[in-house]
Write a protein that binds this ligand. Structure first.
Ligand code: NDP
Ligand code: PYR
Ligand code: MG
Length: 642
């Protein structure tokens, strides 16, 4: 049976992996929550004050208290003084080298800066007098002011840049702003605006936000990883920039994607920012426009392929494991499909890897379908599915639907796949095309005459569900949607392609051309639509619902491999979060406002499955996994500095 991981890996995973810990490394948190606690051992990187021996002694004693209390609920997790992240770290600490930022350097340290929110006492204690105007404000007022400022920008890219500047200046404020205003700001830090940011990344580039690993670093990738200031990394999002959203090859400028995804890992899933590492692998680009662009920031050469590509990726994967251990989660993002499937299959048995475009999207869309069934009726097996786009997203979703159907009906997946059809750029995928098909399309080559275009495929297959995953905008034409509406009372239409410019249709088109009967969701958000006196709200079918909670579940259970069954339970968890009130409005996804609660539910379900499958290493299993997930989440409120 084909698997979303490319192979059946469970046995390998259980027998072939070591559960030993890597070198002791830990970010030191002193008792009482003092400022700027970094144990990266690089004095001079931030403006440091070398501590007096007495203070060090106090910290050592504090450390031993932390150590003593470290028999935490989840073996290996160490209670930190803030009462968060307690279950997401493993290593004991070596607190001999401590940096404390103060004064001007403190205001320039995004991890600890609070701007005008430094209290009077803190201004005295940390040499801030005179460096700030007299007023002291709270974080809520800072948020109010920032939202006012951001709303004044008319151009989304300006809002994006304002957000990135804030992240560089005051990390906690950035996350508080994003969490408190998630519906409004998600389209800025994520799709669609992040797409434009990637296209212009060379021009707007200001600060390093992640690691660039290019062919120039071949043979030295481990050293490059060690240049990153944070040591206890739990999640890496990596791209090689070849398929950025539906915008194609953006080479090195794809960096905006790992940066954006990881800011959602923190804001939506509660993974602390210091544990997140965005990486872009630069093997060149085939984008002629970028190669000629004087502001392009990447290698000015055509893409390396074949052995050269495979060797660089292999060195990268090995270095990550060597540097961060067995349990660092590596999320592949926006690779072209000719590499994405192979990387997932190759490293799925040796690393904790997750392909967001294949697996995260599949789990999200399956959740949307599960809740949509409450509106359209029937079970999955009662429906017929047609995809436009047979790449990572399309075949990934198709496979997970087939897997779920197979479980529900207790019939082989080869049978349930027969209810699912895909169209690629050459037309309907049919048996007669088998020889020329890429391997991931072959399971979908059913017996049928060739059909050249989508509208004819819709008329021939008569799907109840139409899913766009082509990256090609405006492909759900009036004729296509009218055809869907002609034989479905409530046609279910998902236009997944990002950003908005690549969406298969707009929300307005879906409602108008179906006479208001479509149940519609899209990868990038659309505003509410007014049609014939009614207001229609559409949901956002985007893997952002899934990967933050899914990743949290893996990390908090210490999972060593991803398993398809985890994707299925995550879908159920997300579907359960869609309330009757949401459904009544035609929404098949819950609003993002409650996303942290949703992520905790997903995380709990994923972790429970990891324990059940014997893939979890943080033992014993906590009793209440939802509460545990919530307790693990990073909170962005300011800390008091003594
Ligand atoms: N909403 C979400 O959460 C997600 C959305 N996406 C979006 O989905 C889109 C596709 O991503 P992904 O699957 O990774 O990309 P792939 O490149 O892997 O697949 C694209 C598929 O679409 C087909 N295609 C392209 N243009 C056309 C066309 N005009 N008519 C018919 N078929 C076409 C391709 O055909 P062929 O194989 O013949 O070249 C290919 O099968 C992107 O826009 C991406 O942003 C992706 C992941 C998550
Ligand atoms: C959402 C996403 O991952 C994509 O469009 O690629
Ligand atoms: Mg993606």
């Amino acid at each position: 049976m084909m698997s979303l991981n490319g192979s059946s890996f469970l046995n390998n995973a259980l027998s072939g992996t070591s559960r030993s810990l890597t070198q002791p490394q830990r970010r030191f948190l002193a008792p009482g929550g003092v400022v700027a606690l970094s144990s990266n051992g690089r004095p001079g990187e931030r403006n440091v004050t070398v501590l007096m021996e007495s203070t060090l002694k106090e910290m050592r004693e504090g450390a031993s208290v932390v150590e003593k209390d470290s028999k935490s609920t989840v073996g290996g997790g160490v209670e930190d003084v803030y009462g968060e992240d307690s279950a997401t770290e493993d290593y004991s600490i070596t607190p001999w080298s401590v940096s404390v930022a103060s004064g001007y350097a403190l205001l320039r340290d995004p991890h600890h800066n609070k701007g005008l929110a430094f209290a009077e006492k803190e201004r005295d204690a940390h040499y801030l007098r005179g460096l700030l105007p007299p007023v002291v404000v709270n974080q809520d007022l800072q948020i109010k002011k920032l939202m006012h400022m951001i709303r004044q920008y008319e151009v989304p890219l300006q809002k994006y840049m304002a957000m990135m500047d804030l992240q560089e200046r005051n990390e906690r404020l950035f996350y508080k702003l994003l969490i408190d205003n998630v519906e409004e700001l998600l389209p800025i830090v994520y799709t669609p605006t992040v797409g434009e940011a990637c296209q212009k990344y060379g021009s707007i580039y200001r600060h390093p936000q992640g690691l660039f690993i290019s062919l120039k670093e071949k043979g030295k990738i481990l050293e490059v990883l060690r240049n990153w200031p944070e040591k206890n990394i739990q999640v890496i999002v990596v791209t090689d920039g070849e398929r950025i959203l539906g915008l194609g090859d953006l080479g090195c400028q794809g960096m905006g994607i790992p940066v954006g995804k990881l800011s959602l890992y923190t804001a939506l899933g509660g993974i602390r920012p210091s544990a997140c590492l965005p990486i872009t692998i630069d093997v060149g680009t085939n984008n002629e426009k970028l190669l000629e662009d004087e502001f392009y920031i990447g290698l000015r050469q055509r893409r390396a392929t074949g052995q050269e590509y495979a060797e660089l990726m292999h060195e990268f994967m090995s270095a990550v494991k060597q540097n961060y251990g067995e349990k660092v989660l590596i999320q592949f993002e926006d690779f072209a499909n000719h590499n994405a499937f192979d990387l997932l299959a190759k490293y799925g048995t040796t690393h904790l890897v997750f392909n967001d475009d294949i697996q995260g999207t599949a789990s999200t869309v399956l959740a949307g379908l599960m809740s949509a069934l409450k509106l359209v009726g029937g079970t999955l097996a009662d429906h017929r599915f047609l995809f436009l786009g047979a790449g990572e997203a399309g075949t990934g979703i198709a496979e997970l639907i087939a897997l779920e159907m197979s479980k529900q009906t207790e019939s082989p997946v080869e049978e349930t796949r027969q209810r699912i059809w895909l169209v690629d750029s050459k037309g309907l995928i049919v048996r007669s095309r088998m020889e020329s098909l890429q391997h991931f399309k072959r399971p979908w080559a059913h017996e049928h005459e060739p059909v050249r275009n989508l509208v004819d495929a819709v008329k021939a297959i008569k799907p109840t569900v139409l899913i766009g995953s082509s990256g090609a905008g405006r492909t759900f034409t009036k004729e296509v949607i009218e055809a869907m509406a002609s034989f479905n009372e409530k046609p279910l239409i998902l236009a997944l392609s990002n950003p908005t410019s690549q969406s298969e249709c707009t929300a307005e088109e879906a409602y108008k051309w179906s006479e208001g009967r479509a149940i519609f969701a899209s990868g990038s958000p659309f505003d509410p639509v007014e049609y014939q006196g009614n207001v229609y709200l559409s949901g956002q079918a985007n893997n952002a619902y899934m990967f933050p909670g899914f990743g949290l579940g893996l990390i908090m259970s210490g999972a060593i491999r991803v398993h398809d069954d985890m994707l299925l339970v995550a879908s159920e968890a997300l579907a359960e979060q869609v309330s009757q009130g949401n459904l009544d409005k035609g929404l098949i996804f819950p609003p993002f406002t409650n996303i942290r609660k949703i992520s905790a539910q997903i995380a709990a379900r994923v972790a429970a499955k990891a324990y059940e499958l014997g893939l979890a290493t943080r033992l014993p299993q906590p009793e209440n996994l939802v509460a545990h997930a919530e307790s693990c989440m990073y909170g962005p409120s300011y800390r008091s500095y003594r």
